[in-house]
Design a protein. Sequence first.
Length: 299
Amino acid sequence: MGAFDAAALHPGLQLPSRAQHHFAEAVSLRASIADRLRQELRAPNFTPYLVHNTTSGLLTALFAAGASGRTVRTCGPDHQHYPAYAGILPHGGPEAEWELRTHVSPLAGTVDELAGDSIKIVDAAQSLGTTLTSAALTHGDVVLAPLHKHLGLAVGLGLALVRTDPPALELVHRVFGVAESGAQSLDLLRAAEQALQDAEGRIFNRAVIDVDDALRAWCARHGMRLLNRGRGAPFACVTTTDGSAVSERLAPSGWRHFRAENIARFAFHCRGLVDDPPADHTTAFQEALTRALHTGLHP
């Protein structure tokens, strides 16, 4: 392959010492990362594509659905979905052929069981790389997640897993192939590949919160209402039982504040292999909430 001209890559970005051309090396790195992720995640029935983040993956999937002549409806309550997506969520009616689902709500920790037979575009940002990985891949057809959350590999890359066989997804594959082919940072791709090698399969967050009536009652005794529904999420979301601001009840550290929704999220991480048992962090959550309450309560 001849040297790039200035219309392909700015001369200031062309390094004569580089063994491969920028785009050829990017293709090689993407293939290496994608193939290894497919193996580590045990997703043999999916084709992986590397995009910039979950959002770019979602926009690509929605464009591909429209280009395929498919309508998409968003399933689940509003609080199930990432709030920033409110303006782009599809609003197809009950006759829509495809569904958009958020596997785990980032604000409430509620787990969507992903039931039904429709083609599913799944926002798995809060489940891929957790104990819920298998569920996302069993029920999803287009599964989207970033590499900077539970997988812990890189900031600035997202993964789209598209089920390989269904003919209905043929155009989705083509669109994602185009979407990932644009210029990407070689430094970022190299870092992600190195992180995968260094992790040696330990890319899974095994932390879980054991959500049950006893934990709900414990939270209520401390004036907090546990929002999680379903099991497997590595974080717990709470609000106050009396409607007061969580910032007035909790010290401002150790939790994520969703001010508009008046929610506090306590998240945990325990790196492990895919077959490692879940690591129960219920006690760690209780201790973290207790510490925040002890320093945050007004006399």
